[in-house]
Every structure is written in structure tokens, then in C-alpha cells.
Design a protein around this ligand. Structure first.
Ligand SMILES: [Zn+2]
Length: 532
């Protein structure tokens, strides 16, 4: 009896000592606790109220948590707490090294950006990843292998079909990039030199990524009159290789096809019904943005820049090029493609043209804003090194219809920006907050929970990023906290360099990146590689 009591006392003493030790020396249970937030968890489920406990980069508890268990507490009373936004379609792969704080994305609540889209990525990927790791980055970064990059490495700007040897070389390079950690394979079939490739070549090349569980993401060959055929081509590439298909920046970019949603939904839904995973992404604006290259016939660029300049000197080929620009870029059935709908975003040679439309530029040059003169101006711009531009080509109703499809996700198609440089498309600063303020709050096209799902778990699922995209115990703590009433975009087409309002906190891998609305400069992003 006495012996037993002694043992119990000893055990009790030990417990008290351990608890004391724990509190004093081993620290708190959580690195960070977010209290009382309205949690929109990324699944599409309705919000619920809870605390979130974070430790060692991950969410370790969802439920009631005492403040004293936390090293740091964020009070999120009346605020929305959701997974950090995952932007499946960006061109951040270049700028992430020069601006590692990636401010224009962080201030949208984005915690992961995917580069290597539209067929282009910095080659080789191993080097890029090494540099990013060394420099650090505020957001997580994943990358696709770009077909244009690989084709150019092997075949230059040749218009020919690849030889057997070329195909082997390209496949080896794609394999090398997948081994380095690429998440899939992207094409930009309206761009050089991807525009020269036939479907068979793409089927063959995409076969490599199927061995790695990668996706096929594509900037379609055509986003206007021939969009259905272009989608069918993308589906064939996925179906033949048993890989999922991500159709980039989906749109009806020609007034000849406006209001004809079935040109997109029919092939996509037929494929989905056959069991082929096809998903879409979209930026929430009615204007596109790109260079003028895709306004030219692809043969104009064959062999590189010197050849292109030679062709412009030749009267015959100049005429052909001009005729192509007029039919493909400057005319449409209902007349949307006018010089006043095309704005210069950035132009190294003539920065004074940035923010102006082609009509204004022609008038300032003493020219009539005719279709003929506009085509000459576009050729001249390309001759002087090219410019990027914003094209108003879509209609609002189509944007909303595409947005409400369950398999469409929100993505920016933007890149890392330097404050004040050029007049870029506002999607670079406003995509994610705009969806919430304009399409959830004002227009009620989607619910808040649905919009968040399309910005988080849907892109994570598509990319097989299993550790992110939802608020779940065991997942990485990438979180965005905002005021539902005031969160919104401020960037406009004429004044795009404006951050969102209403963003309160952003957390990346458990570290606070935005604190009370201000970027802390923390570089806690990780490189996200495919799981082999
Ligand atoms: Zn694209």
C-alpha cells in the first residue's frame, strides 16, 4: 500500500515537472494561431468559424485553441481566412528572380505561382530552380516545360516538321526538365515556333510527361472562329497520352463567336464524359494582352529576325504580311478589332506610346487611323523590336458564363511587375481580388466559397499539389486573410500599378508574409516539384 502511494506520488511529481519544463523551455504548442476567423476552406463548403493552429510550416489544428498556446496570435474576428490563392497560369518565371518579393501577386493574396506557361520557360529548369532557391522568393513556385523553348533549342525557328532525330532530342530535353521537377508540358500554338508544329508532334512529345504524372497545358492554336478545333486538338493530345488537359486563359476572343459558349463547352464536356480530365483557367477581364507577333503570319518569322527584316524589305512579302494582319487582327464580323481597341502596354523603343491606343498614335503621327495605316503601324512596331499590347476583344457576358463553369479556375496570365513600369494589363495586380469584389459581391456570378475553390483546391488538384489548396490539418499553412466587405482590386486599364484593398494577412509556409496589409519582405516560398 505504502509502496503504491510512493510510486503514484513519484509519477505525479514527474508529470508536474514535465509540464513545467514544457511550458518554460520547450515553448508553445503553436508557432502561430489565427483566432475567430470565418474559414472558407477551399473545398467549396460553406464557411465556418474556427481557430487555426500552425506549427513547422503546417496547419496542425483546426478547432478551439487557447491563445496562451501560441507564440503569435492573429485576431481574425470578422475576417475571411482561406487557403492562399494558387495561380495556375502566370509568366512569373522570369521576374521572380529580379523581384523575389513578387509584390503584385502577394498583394492579391496569391501564395503560389506557376510559370512556364504558353510554351515558354527558362531553360534549363535545374538552373532556374537553383537560382530561385539561392535568391529566395516570397511565394511558392512551380513550373511547366515549354514546347516553344524545347523546339527552339533543338530546331531553331525552322518551320519544318521535326526529323526522327529532332523528336528524340526534344523528348530527351523534356525528360530532363521533368526530372528537374516540372509539373507538366505547355504549348503556345499561336506563338513561334510552336505554331509550326502539327498535332502528331505534340502527341509524341507529351508522351514523356505521362510517365511523370504531369499535365498538358495549352495556349490554343485559335481562340476565335476555330476555337472548337483547337480545343479538340488539345483533348486529342491529352487523350492519346492519358494525361489531363488544362486549357489556358479561355475566352471567345472574336466578336464572330461571342455568345457561342457551346464552341467551348461541347468539346470539353464530351471529353469529360469520356473520362478525360479537361479543365480551364480564365482571367476576369474583357481584354487580352500579348505582343503583336501572333498578328503576323507565322512564315514571316521563319529563320529568325534577320529573315523577318528581309521579308519586310521585299515588296511582295510585305504586302502579304500586311494583308494577313488586316484579315486576322484588324477585321472581324462585328468590328471589335479597331485601332482604338488596341493599347500599347510596354514598348522599349517608344515608351511615350505606352498607355495610348493605335488610333491615338496614328493621329499623333499625322496619319489617318485607317485599317491600312494601322497594319503599317503594327509592322513598324514589330520592326522596332516589338511591343506588348492590350486588346479589347471579349464581351462581359461570355466572361461571366465561362466563369460559372465548375471546371474553370481563376488565373492571371500575368507576370512579376516593377511598380510604375509600362502600362500593363490590370490582371497583373487585380485578378484575384477582382473576382471577389466584382464577380462575387457585385455581380453574384459565383459564391464566395465557389470562387475560393476555383482559386485554391481546383488548381492544386489539377497540378496534383497534394499538400496545398485547402485548410486541412497536415497541409502547408498557405493562408490569405481578408475583409470580405472591402477586399477588391484597384488596378484599372489606365492606372494598373495599384495593389488591392482589404487584404489583411498572407501566410506562406507558416510565416507571416503580409502583416496588417503590409508585405514583410519575408522570402519563405518553396519550389514545388512534381512527385515522381
Ligand atoms: Zn498564353
Amino acid at each position: 500500500m505504502i509502496k503504491l502511494q510512493k510510486t503514484s506520488l513519484l509519477a505525479l511529481g514527474l508529470i508536474i515537472l514535465l509540464t513545467f519544463w514544457n511550458c518554460l523551455f520547450l515553448g508553445k504548442t503553436y508557432d502561430l494561431v489565427i483566432k475567430n476567423g470565418f474559414i472558407v476552406d477551399g473545398s467549396g463548403n460553406p464557411w465556418f468559424k474556427s481557430d487555426i493552429g500552425i506549427k513547422n510550416k503546417k496547419i496542425v489544428r483546426i478547432g478551439l485553441i487557447e491563445e496562451k498556446q501560441a507564440k503569435k496570435v492573429i485576431e481574425a474576428q470578422d475576417l475571411i481566412v482561406c487557403p492562399g490563392f494558387i495561380d495556375i497560369h502566370t509568366h512569373c518565371d522570369q521576374g521572380i528572380l529580379t523581384v523575389p518579393t513578387v509584390d503584385n501577386y502577394v498583394y492579391q493574396g496569391v501564395t503560389t505561382v506557376i510559370g512556364g506557361n504558353c510554351g515558354g520557360h527558362p531553360f534549363p529548369l535545374k538552373e532556374l530552380f537553383k537560382k530561385i532557391k539561392k535568391r529566395g522568393t516570397s511565394v511558392n513556385f512551380g513550373c511547366l516545360v515549354g514546347h516553344n523553348t524545347i523546339r527552339r533549342e533543338v530546331m531553331g525557328n525552322k518551320m519544318d516538321d521535326p526529323t526522327e532525330e529532332d523528336l528524340v532530342k526534344m523528348k530527351n530535353l523534356i525528360r530532363q526538365e521533368m526530372e528537374a521537377g516540372a509539373l507538366g508540358f505547355s504549348t503556345g500554338l499561336a506563338y513561334m515556333p510552336g505554331t509550326y508544329s502539327k498535332t502528331e508532334e505534340l502527341i509524341e512529345l507529351a508522351s514523356v510527361v505521362s510517365q511523370y504524372g504531369g499535365i498538358y497545358a495549352t495556349h490554343l492554336r485559335d481562340q476565335g472562329l476555330h476555337i472548337t478545333e483547337a480545343i479538340e486538338e488539345a483533348i486529342a493530345i491529352g487523350e492519346k497520352n492519358n494525361i489531363s488537359v488544362q486549357i489556358s486563359h479561355i475566352k471567345l476572343a472574336d466578336d464572330a463567336v461571342w455568345y457561342q459558349l457551346e464552341r467551348i463547352t461541347r468539346p470539353v464536356e464530351e471529353a469529360r464524359n469520356r473520362g478525360i480530365e479537361v479543365t480551364l483557367d480564365q482571367y476576369p477581364y474583357t481584354a487580352t494582352s500579348s505582343g503583336f507577333g501572333s498578328s503576323f503570319p507565322s512564315w514571316a518569322f521563319e529563320g529568325g529576325r534577320d529573315k523577318f527584316m528581309e521579308r519586310l524589305e521585299n515588296e511582295e512579302s510585305y504586302k502579304k504580311i500586311k494583308a494577313h494582319i488586316i484579315t486576322r487582327r484588324l477585321t472581324s464580323t462585328k468590328g471589335i478589332n479597331k485601332p482604338e481597341t488596341i493599347y500599347i502596354a510596354s514598348f522599349n523603343e517608344f515608351p511615350e506610346y505606352e498607355g495610348k491606343n493605335l488610333r491615338e498614335i496614328l493621329i499623333s503621327q499625322g496619319e489617318e487611323p485607317t485599317v491600312e495605316n494601322t497594319a503599317d503601324l503594327i509592322i513598324d512596331i514589330q520592326k522596332k523590336g516589338g511591343a506588348s499590347a492590350v486588346f479589347f476583344q471579349m464581351n462581359e457576358e461570355d466572361v461571366e458564363s465561362l466563369m460559372s463553369l465548375s471546371y474553370t479556375m481563376h488565373a492571371s496570365d500575368g507576370e512579376v511587375q516593377v511598380q510604375g513600369r509600362g502600362v500593363p494589363h490590370p490582371r497583373n495586380y487585380g485578378t484575384f481580388p477582382r473576382v471577389i469584389s466584382h464577380y462575387v459581391q457585385e455581380r453574384q456570378v459565383v459564391t464566395l466559397e465557389e470562387a475560393v475553390r476555383k482559386m485554391t483546391s481546383l488548381p492544386a488538384q489539377t497540378l496534383r499539389l497534394s499538400g496545398r489548396g485547402m485548410i486541412r490539418e497536415g497541409l502547408y499553412a498557405d493562408l490569405t486573410v481578408f475583409d470580405r466587405h472591402s477586399f477588391g482590386d484597384q488596378a484599372t486599364f489606365s492606372a494598373p500599378h495599384q495593389y488591392s484593398k482589404g487584404l489583411v494577412y498572407v501566410i506562406v509556409n507558416g510565416e507571416v508574409l503580409v502583416e496588417k496589409g503590409n508585405h514583410t519582405g519575408a522570402l519563405t516560398g518553396m519550389i514545388l516539384c512534381a512527385r515522381k
